[in-house]
Design a protein around this ligand. Sequence first.
Ligand code: NAD
Length: 351
Amino acid sequence: MLINHEKLKGFAQAVFERLGAQADKAFETADHLVEANLKGHDSHGVGMIPNYVGSALRGGLQVNADARVVKDQGAVLLVDGGFGFGQVVGRQATDLGIEKAKAMGIACIGSRNNHHLGRIGSYAEQCVAAGMVSIHFVNVVGHPPFVSMWGGRDKRLQTNPFCCGVPTESEPLILDMATSAIALGKVRVADMKNELVPENALFDAAGRPTRDPAVIAEGGSLGPFGQHKGSGLALMCELLGGALAGEWTMQDIDQQKEITVNHMLMLILDPNVFGGVQGFRREVAGMQAYARSAAPAEGFDEVRLPGDPERASRRERLSSGIPIDPQSWGAICEAAENSGLTSSEIAGLVD
Ligand code: NAD
């Protein structure tokens, strides 16, 4: 099925309000999730609603929490999200970081105890909109690991995203990626659609490579992207996002429960404090054009830069609607009913 993005947003907002969330927090979370769908990341869109509803009903997600400054020392801020909607408390921590970077030229923000932050690129877009460069290291805790390290059969990490945003004269450059070969949510989506995942992304419980997404439910693991390099970057996300910002890493097996928590270390840099914003923007624009001017390799139509695929998807889905497979929609509606919406209310919101 295809659903119009505004209807989907109204529906998601209604679910979160039924969980007791204030209207502005319900709206902001719904808006972020639907934006992820528009940008082609269904793994981080409304398909997360069952996770969020379950977490709120179990007392994990605190739907009305706001970010709280724990420490403010020089260029460093430590901000606690109180297990609030990551989309709200993560945005609040980023707002605080941008203000500090404007004042000091650089800010380093530990943003800890956020319920699932969703698409990390959204925080980079926030920084870039304020003219800032940003770097984000994120770990994922609160439930058992799904990702194996390069060479390991047992799971040790989560999909630990890394992100970097650079403002440009035109569209921003947003590199936003899981450090696993594919995002866990994409395995969930593939499983729901009965599709295979790309080669070298999954391993079964015996450590054998497979393309079958069902192995995740049978003790299998996601591998790191880029073999030892992705594995190393994932570990750095665990240590910088988890150990430094969050003081909570995956090795604490007593804390592997049923909640999705993100800790994020953010570096926000004002390009004005280096050689000046003009030289920086000139070099970025020149490099963008230079990179795009490369002749396409066999099997490619052009060289794309980070953020291009998301913009293309957004343009298309704004007009065509957001595709949701029947299994995912069934799980979302079941969660909506668990939040207190009736089936006729759901139908009224999306039909
Ligand atoms: P992806 O592999 O689709 O894209 C990764 C990056 O590569 C993006 O910046 C994209 O613009 C760029 N890209 C994609 N195709 C390209 C191409 N052909 N040419 C040039 N650049 C290209 O993303 P992913 O790794 O599947 O991550 C999806 C989302 O999941 C991200 O938004 C991430 O933040 C999110 N995520 C969140 C969590 C969490 O715990 N909150 C965990 C993992 C991932």
